[in-house]
Design a protein around this ligand. Sequence first.
Ligand SMILES: [Zn+2]
Ligand SMILES: [Zn+2]
Length: 433
Amino acid sequence: MDTMTKRDYYEVLGVSKSASADEIKKSFRNRARQLHPDNKESGDEAAFKELAEAYEVLSDEQKKAAYDRYGHEGVKGSTRDFDNVDFSNFQGFGFEDIIDALFGGQFGGGFRGGSASRTGPRPGAHLKYDLEIEFLDAVFGVEKKVQVKRLEDCTTCEGSGAAAGSKAVTCATCNGQGQVRQMVNMLFMQSYQIVACPDCHGSGKKIDKPCKDCKGVGQTRKAREFEVKVPAGIDSGTRLRLSQAGDKGANGGGYGDLFVVIYVKEHKQFLRDGQTIHLKQPLSFSQAALGCELMVPTVEGNKPLKVPAGIQNGSQLLMKDLGVPYLSNNGRRGDQVVHVFVETPSKLSAEERKLFEKLAELRGEKLTSEAKDADGKAAGKASEAEPKGKKSDKSDSKSNGKGEKKDHKNKEDENIFEKIVDVFRPKGEHGSD
Ligand SMILES: [Zn+2]
Ligand SMILES: [Zn+2]
């Protein structure tokens, strides 16, 4: 699945693995300035979110270490859900404000944004978890456990950030406001900008003896396990929301949510298209000509299927209600479409050959060209020239007077079948070239 192949975070940030924290930060700022959604010329929301996620990991010592060792797997469930950031919240804010809202002050702060007081409770951040599930689990639903590392109030200091016996005092620099006015030079005028207080990093408090466990932040990341009920009929890309399973907000704010993004693995036999399941079913000449009853694989195990006599290669047979349940209405299901694939026998025993020759004779089908004027020798030769299987000439010049109707009845159907055959091909038994 494409969505599973995330880009390397170092590549996203355009830095080497040995880049210093400063280099990472600098590169992030440069790229973020170009990509952030407020930039009318080069803004790109999707790229910005990718960048923000990469920076979130590489700017955090712990997460960076986990990423360096285990790759994306190592930071699963501990990055915020940037997909869910509503950037319209940031309209009217400058670039620095956006970066500040996303990464400023204490980590995990209210990136739902705005300029609300920094010292009050802030809503917790949403987290994202990519969950890969089996094909059949997506069809029938499944319960899964996911482990996330989310911010919670530090239990040692109960969220105050101060060591036992020590207290948090109001920050003198900002008078407890958490923010200060800073003069900035714009083109021809001077202006003020509100920024996070550099002394207390926006908390409005200063701690003389910080809590050891959380280094004065008041919060730590803890591994938590949540149960996810994945409903029957789910497809890749669907997001399940677990309310209150995200980060705890700073300063007594509530929990954010956890978004579980589903990725469905491919199946060896079944190909899913919405609620429909496609299956390729090989048939022999005789089965196709005579008709038969077969046991064919379905998501509910093997089921009987009647194949009518005279069926053509590429025909589709419908197995009703053996597809994928509709998410919205689990009583309703899609169908399974069986694509018939008539296989030419590649090896014949002497007896089989005789029977085929007899059959050809009965049907008046010529095995040699007119020019060669058939005798026994020529027939022997033809069988040697066969294996590469280029028969386009032959079938065109086949003139048995029976006026075989070659109706490609539905071009579109054929194309779909071709695509499906292509999908099956890589794992396939017919590794022709
Ligand atoms: Zn603490
Ligand atoms: Zn301050």
